[in-house]
Design a binder for this molecule. Structure first.
Ligand code: ADP
Ligand code: MG
Length: 721
């Protein structure tokens, strides 16, 4: 195992228990091997050593591993577990597991249950089919997983038993990262280092700085029978056909409305399953679109939050299918209806519980807050393109930059009050106020900022919301690790820069708080171009942003190209998140995933057209023709009916023509090996427009066809029944 990964695994303590987490509430964490379970099952010295690893970041002593494994197994078996698995997040965006039974046979054939320290600490999943972007050649295809003791092991219950899941990292034998957790742990460590450096200079030191994260998860629920009858939903997670109903979401009457009984039952089961798994879910409500909902947890350190979000998505899918629903996590399951995001509420907290993005109640706290906020502004301005790359995938293209979506420009919303304060300190009005009281500059208004949340921040991809930043561009189906790796790396770099500036000023004997304010003003002044408090969904903003030099990366290939850019690469490599070839590999994997995703969508669309839409349309056309012929036979002229038939037939021809055009576009875009950026470009420039054209033709026919003939559940059925 590479040394830094070994060190990370034994030195990235989780956030101390959140004071508001319902830890003592009945059932919370009952299916996790948490502190209580450890205390109950481990000898005292072993328990204390493990706790020191988890909470204080002390190195894990491999000698205690056997005893920890034994305790964990006893705990799991007592709760019905028969198997264990290392649980990890390979680069396909899913979680992966391979179950092994505790059951084994001793040398003399006696059946026993065993879980050894080495099985806990390391495993070799047969991982040759996980994406590696060429990093892993076949002769060393195995890769291995290694235990992350800072994220609690948990039980996944099945009908007849349960599996003990041990969160792990996943690496190649040469030590390359093949997963999402390792870079996240590295980036957390990097932010911790840089933030502690700044705090020390401010003479407000901290033992550790944690990245905190609360993810608001949006989703749709549709009836299982409708879902099963839509090959596009089953295969691609979104509808590639379907006429938008007369009543869409124009009224927005669903938002925060009463939740239907059946859905509440689903939510209750999800909440309870999540609580048992130690996922602190807290809020649930209707979202804007019909059948769209949201679930949000109390924030945690980002490593746990990422594991928990992954797990929560699995729980939601499972509970949905048990209850006759399908849970759609896709960013845009329905055209013409709101899409789904996953708002990443991001902040920094010290080990003694200070939120560094919470405006303080005293001048020194305020100066510290402004300094950290300015560092975030600088990070987003410098690396907005990388943040955009972090949320780039086929599904999110329908939410960012597409015709019915907001533009894909990464800007920061601060709100009027905070912007004014930054403007004043940037104008040099800070003077030596830090050493006096909070006179002038509206500094006394800082604690009020939390209340300055107008609705406008809803259109911002990166909004300050009172005591945290909300990165709203993340897609609902996405694993949150990589977007946060990029935010963390960019902020770490920015904090280092801020620390350098502070150091210079402190050498001139400037008071730390005055220096902090001066640096915050200076940084803001250089990067205020990224701050935008207006409506981010307008055409004017697109023009304005271009003048400000902010990139507008409209689709996945354009955004992913940032990973080949020396600035972005330089950041990731110099901050030791990745080696250079790891960035290249990830670029390739994501390009390929993008190409494959759209190809699958196009193929399922062609299949649905051939086996569903066209047969239905031919049937309708025949019925129309018969009707016209019957009218003529009866001596009626009925020119309108003749016209209708001609129009309908022209519509069917249109489908055939556009269907053929999609075939041609797909053939042209057929990817080579390895996939090249031009294949992805062809997908965007040729295949997607061909799909849109075919869809329009099919949707037009759908609205003229006998409902009883239509082969797929309609939007109306899926969204309003
Ligand atoms: P809002 O009203 O701005 O949406 P909420 O308090 O409802 O804010 O929180 C939204 C999400 O943000 C929740 O998941 C919450 O846990 C999370 N959150 C709150 N404070 C923080 C913080 N300091 N760091 C990270 N996430 C946070
Ligand atoms: Mg929200």
């Amino acid at each position: 195992m590479p040394n830094d990964v070994r060190a990370l695994l034994s030195s990235t303590p989780g956030l101390p228990p959140h004071p508001h987490a319902p830890r003592n509430a009945a059932g919370f964490g009952a299916d996790t091997y948490n502190v209580d379970a450890m205390r109950d099952t481990l000898p005292r010295p072993v328990f204390e050593r493990l706790l020191a690893t988890i909470e204080k970041g002390e190195r894990l002593d491999s000698k205690i591993a056997d005893e920890v494994a034994h305790g964990m197994k006893e705990w799991a078996v007592a709760r019905g577990a028969t198997h264990f698995t290392h649980w990890f997040h390979p680069l396909n965006g899913q979680s992966a597991e391979k179950h092994d039974a505790f059951f084994t046979l001793t040398g003399d054939g006696e059946p026993i249950l065993r879980f050894s320290g080495s099985q806990l600490i390391q495993a070799e999943p047969d991982a040759s089919s996980f994406p590696s972007g060429g990093m892993r050649s076949t002769f060393e295809a195995r890769g291995y997983t290694a235990w992350d003791p800072t994220s609690p092991a948990f039980l996944v219950r099945h009908e007849r038993g349960a599996t003990l899941c041990v969160p792990t990292v996943f690496l190649s034998w040469r030590g390359e990262t093949l997963d999402q957790k390792t870079p996240l742990l590295r980036s957390m460590e990097d932010v911790n280092r840089a933030a502690c450096r700044v705090l020390k200079l401010l003479k407000r030191p901290a033992g550790r700085v944690h990245t905190t994260m609360g993810t608001e998860q949006e989703y749709f629920l549709v009836d299982r029978k409708h879902f099963d009858a839509r090959p596009d939903l089953v295969v691609a997670g979104r509808t590639v056909l379907g006429a938008v109903p007369a009543k869409g979401q124009q009224m927005e009457d669903h938002y925060f409305g009463a939740i239907p009984e059946r859905v509440v039952a689903f939510m209750e089961e999800v909440d309870q399953a999540a609580w048992a798994l130690g996922i602190p879910v807290k809020t649930r409500h209707n979202e804007v679109a019909p059948h769209q909902y949201e679930i949000a947890p109390i924030f945690e350190d980002v490593n746990r939050a990422a594991d928990h979000n992954m797990l929560l998505m699995e729980v939601m899918r499972r509970v949905a299918s048990r209850r006759g629903f399908a849970c759609l996590l896709h960013e845009k399951p329905f055209a013409g209806v709101n899409g789904s995001g996953k708002h990443n509420n991001w902040s920094l907290a010290t080990d003694d519980g200070r939120n560094l993005l919470d405006p303080g109640s005293d001048p020194a706290g305020n100066a510290q807050f402004l300094l950290f906020a300015s560092a975030v502004i600088q990070a987003v301005h410098r690396h907005g393109d990388l943040l955009r790359a972090g949320v780039a995938h086929a599904g999110n293209d329908h939410r960012l930059g597409a015709n019915e979506a907001p533009p894909a420009i990464v800007s920061v919303y601060l709100g009027e009050a905070l912007s004014e304060i930054f403007e004043s300190i940037a104008a040099g009005k800070a003077g030596d106020i830090a050493s006096k009281t909070e006179v002038g500059l509206g500094m006394s208004r800082l604690p009020q900022i939390a209340k300055d949340n107008t609705d406008r921040n809803r259109t911002s991809p990166f909004a300050f919301t009172g005591n945290k930043f909300e990165f709203r561009a993340v897609g609902s189906s996405q694993a949150i690790q990589m977007p946060n790796v990029y935010v963390n790396a960019a902020v770490a770099e920015s904090l280092d820069d801020v620390a350098d500036r502070l150091e210079k000023r402190l050498k001139t004997k400037q008071d730390p708080m005055a220096a902090a304010l001066a640096v915050a003003g200076e940084v803001y002044k250089e990067h205020r171009a990224v701050v935008f408090n207006g409506d981010g969904y307008t055409a004017e903003w697109v023009k304005d942003a271009a003048k400000r030099g902010l990139p507008n990366l409209k689709d996945t290939p354009a955004a992913l190209a940032v990973l080949a850019d020396p600035v972005a690469k330089g950041l990731l490599v110099s901050h030791k998140i990745f080696l250079e070839h790891e960035v290249d590999a990830r670029y390739l994997i994501q390009l390929e995933t993008f190409i494959r995703t759209v190809e699958i969508e196009a193929s399922v669309m062609l299949r649905m057209v051939d086996t569903g839409v066209l047969p239905a349309a031919f049937g309708q056309q025949e019925a129309l023709a018969r009707s016209v012929a019957a009218a003529q036979a009866a001596g009626l002229k009925s020119p309108a009916q003749g016209k209708l038939l001609a129009e309908y037939a022209a519509g069917v021809d249109e489908i055939l023509a556009r269907r053929a055009a999609l075939d041609v576009a797909l053939a042209k875009a057929k990817k080579g090996h390895p996939p090249a950026p031009e294949h992805a470009r062809a997908i965007c420039d040729d295949v997607r427009p061909a799909m849109a054209a075919l869809r329009a033709a099919c949707d037009a026919i759908e609205s003229k066809t006998d409902a009883a003939r239509w082969p797929f559940p309609t939007y109306h059925q899926m969204l309003f029944q």
